[in-house]
Write a protein that binds this ligand. Sequence first.
Ligand code: NAP
Length: 312
Amino acid sequence: MNSRPRILLVGAYGQVGVELLRSFSDESEIIAHDRDTVDLADPDQVRAMVRAAAPDVILNAAAYTAVDRAESEPEQAMAVNAQAPGILAEEALRKGALLVHYSTDYVFDGSKTSPWLETDEPNPLNVYGASKLAGEQSIRQVGGKYLIFRTSWVYGPHGHNFLLTMLRLGRERESLDIVDDQFGAPTSSIELAHATHAIVSGVLAGQFGVASSWAGLCHMTCGGSVSWCGFARTIFARAQPLLDGKMPTVNPISSCEYPIPARRPQNSLLSNEKLRARFGVSLATWESALDEVLHRLTLSKQLACDSPIALI
Ligand SMILES: NC(=O)c1ccc[n+]([C@@H]2O[C@H](COP(=O)([O-])OP(=O)(O)OC[C@H]3O[C@@H](n4cnc5c(N)ncnc54)[C@H](OP(=O)(O)O)[C@@H]3O)[C@@H](O)[C@H]2O)c1
């Protein structure tokens, strides 16, 4: 492996994609794609993209992530989340490249009372979860050098996510009703990118030995556990500089009181033991990760106020 690996980053404008670009750009040659340059639902475009890039590593941060819309667009969700990862795996195998892919806690039905293990049987409750599970299976069937990281409740300083929605609603409304009977580990895009970078760097440096000792599926989430309601309350308690002096009341409700098209698991907690044992990597607790994202958002806000030129 040369000292500057060629990295094909797919989904470069997404929450995780943007942070992967930040983490990898210093010491890698990055070829970045998103919807404006490739349609992942088109197998020919996916193949052509990989062959033109001739990468050492493929980082696939793209996905059809509209969980509720997927219920009425199952074909599109399957094309992007199941078929495209299979083609990426075939092309990675053909080139001898490493494929890194992300999956979700939504492959599980949430019925377990302790954190889910990689060996637990998936049973998705919604189309998005089924499409992501099919993506995992497509990659496993092809084999080769791959890493699948299952993560949960992703948010960050960029994109569409719970944190940014809460910050907007918190400025607009006096009170909010938030689901309090689903538990998980909010995981920041920054933490995910740092952990991915550490592991990929180790793999490329031969630190983890031959592929059979590291390739496969691992859970990768921030530490700790909270409900959506608890997460919202913590956001409002810690994000005062971003709320223009507002502090909405947060009312806990049950999932039944918040009807949406796709069912969600009640227990989304994933065990990170395998990640720790195999790679020696642990992500920050969800509270520390939240502070880091809020710090980044506060700095951007200050920068925008102090110097409009910085926004250009
Ligand atoms: N978000 C979560 O809470 C969560 C939880 C668990 C696991 N994950 C997994 O983590 C990974 C990263 O998620 P994320 O939150 O960063 O996703 P994201 O912010 O929604 O980004 C996904 C990117 O993929 C692009 N994309 C979607 N369909 C495409 C298509 N047909 N052709 C080309 N590009 C396409 C999107 O473009 P557009 O914006 O134009 O659609 C977007 O830039 C995904 O594998 C996801 O399943 C996410």
